[in-house]
Design a protein around this ligand. Structure first.
Ligand code: PEP
Ligand code: MN
Length: 348
């Protein structure tokens, strides 16, 4: 059940709903409705008497199982996730870029400076890497996190990096501005609960065999834990054709945005596996309403320690950023609404 409470309602109304839910042995969570009001999501139905308390403006008994992530409780106010001055969602598309893995201090600083010059808003790079082979380079761990923090200092770019285990969350959150949950961990529920308890935004990649509903249920774990700052990332699903490492599922972008108020970004690097496809699929992602991109970029892709075949150069990134801005501007013009988010303007 989703109960919406007006901004000027007495605090006692929300408290009474939470108390009634606890008395009925139901889970209940508070969230913002995006217009100053509150939504209380309850894992069942509350008795009628509490539903007529002052300030209650809407009660929905039929809704998606991902009740906090769903648009139903927050219909016209897309979530905007903030990393310092960078805003993800509801505006200009955001670009996250950097190497697959943090390779070393100088290499990272060089990459960070180059992606910043190319127009990136956020630096990416893995310190803890989920490698398919136990013999492949697993990342520099905390040393890599230190280099990311140094790169942030020198470029001003916030950093996003992967966390793989619940016990690592505290450590990674001390260095990173945004915690990445990798595709292979999308359904690691203890990890989702752990990042749900932090105050750091979360980049939640879609598992490569996960349905959109499963992906949104994973987002729900984070939101239910008390962390409202989740960005969804479509990064490709398994297809049958060995020509592609993964298939970037662009259907999922507008679909996830129809179902959820959370921002959605696209990863055309893992979503294709081929650097020559990255630019065009990045732009396709923006054209179908993505709020941004995460792209693997390296000053010398042929020398990259990880995922070089899908890694582009800073110059290629600069071209994507330029064309991406033009696509965004064209969509806004067509939608005729300067202030609306492209995606919102397109589908509302
Ligand atoms: C990555 O971003 O480098 C990564 C490992 O991504 P994914 O979890 O989508 O495979
Ligand atoms: Mn990678």
């Amino acid at each position: 059940m989703l109960v919406t409470i007006a901004p000027d309602a007495p605090e006692s109304t929300a408290l009474a709903l939470l108390t009634a839910a606890a008395a009925a042995d139901l889970e209940a969570r508070r969230a913002e409705d995006g217009h100053g009001g509150t939504v209380v999501g309850v894992s069942g139905n509350l008795p009628a008497d509490v539903l007529s308390l002052p300030g209650i403006v809407a009660v929905k008994t039929q809704h998606k199982p991902f009740m906090l992530a769903s648009r139903e409780g927050r219909p016209h106010a897309p979530t905007v996730v903030k990393l310092g001055d960078v805003r993800i969602g509801g505006g200009r598309p955001v670009t996250m870029a950097g190497p697959c893995v943090v390779e070393g201090r100088e290499a990272l600083l060089e990459a960070a400076t180059a992606v910043k010059a190319a127009g990136a808003d956020i630096l990416r790079g893995g310190a803890f890497k989920p490698r398919t082979s136990p013999y492949a380079f697993q990342g520099l761990g905390e040393e890599g996190l230190r280099y990311l923090a140094e790169a942030r200092e020198s470029t001003g770019l916030p950093v996003v990096t992967e966390v793989m285990e619940p016990d690592q969350v505290g450590l990674v959150a001390r260095y990173a501005d945004m915690l990445q949950i990798g595709a292979r961990n999308m359904a690691n529920f203890p990890l989702l609960r752990a990042v749900g308890k932090t105050a750091k935004p979360v980049l939640l990649k879609r598992g490569f065999s996960a349905t959109v509903e499963e992906w949104l249920m994973s987002a729900e774990y984070v939101l239910a834990g008390g962390n409202a700052e989740v960005v969804l990332c479509e990064r490709g699903i398994r297809g049958f054709d060995p020509a592609f490492r993964f298939n970037l599922d662009l259907n999922a972008v507008p679909h996830a945005k129809d179902l959820s108020h959370l921002p959605v970004v696209v990863d055309p690097s893992h979503g294709t596996g081929h650097r020559q496809l990255v630019g065009r699929m990045a732009l396709a992602g923006l054209a179908c309403g993505a709020d941004g991109l995460i792209v693997e970029v390296h000053p010398h892709p042929e020398r990259a320690l990880c995922d070089g075949s899908q890694t582009i150069t800073p110059a290629e990134l600069a071209a994507i950023v330029r064309s991406g801005r033009a696509i965004h501007a064209a969509l806004l013009e067509t939608a005729g609404d300067e202030s609306a988010a492209v995606s919102l303007a397109l589908h509302s």
